[in-house]
Ligand binder design. Sequence first.
Ligand code: PGA
Length: 253
Amino acid sequence: MKKFLIAGNWKMNKTTQESEAFVRELKAKVKSNPEDVAVLVPFVDLHAVKNTLEGSGIKFGAQNVHFEPAGAFTGEVSVPMLKEIGVDYCVIGHSERREYFNETDETVNKKLKALLAADITPILCVGESLEIREKGEEQSFVGGQLVADFEGISAIDAAKIVIAYEPIWAIGTGKTATPEQAEDMCAFIRGVISGIYDQATGDAMLILYGGSMNAGNAKELLEKPDINGGLIGGASLKTEDFSIIAEAAASLK
Ligand code: PGA
């Protein structure tokens, strides 16, 4: 049976009160396979979201973390802090963090290791810019990101990571990659992981597509053999759209 994860990346949206109301509505709408659904929320919403999700089976997580366990890093949040709250997931290396907050493959790698040591599942984002795609260099770029991001991570740990392929040109632009473009890259990513580790690790890897996935286009993307779900921004902010995407995945299991 194909494995799926439908993860909503709220980005910098929803106050605590808004997050509670949203999650209450979402719980009522997600009818099948709630354990395949996750919301990735601002740090300040984590407690409220956890409490409101209680008993629903829906998972939750954060959007970033620092790699050091504690210390003088004003404004940062550590892995032990997330662990105590009980998050299931943490997004790492989102292109917005790489672009606006100096995230590099080196910090991504450190963050992955810190999360894996604490048994929190990282959702690692990779993906190329429009400029790189137009030069036809998207595979070598994404392959390079993967090699650097997985540096020094064992096969056992690597298998716990979820990868999200998010072409930057498709994020928040309404310009979705075609199912073929998304499938090609997700299959390529699976091959890179098999190359670094082994076939079994590549085969078992959960690989998501992200970039303007919505209620209308989700099914044809999720039908592709190498796409195990979605990392969804804009369309995850509405319970109706997000639950339609979740049901599309459930219908393909
Ligand atoms: P989008 O965002 O669905 O709004 O394009 C996806 C993401 O950035 O994770």
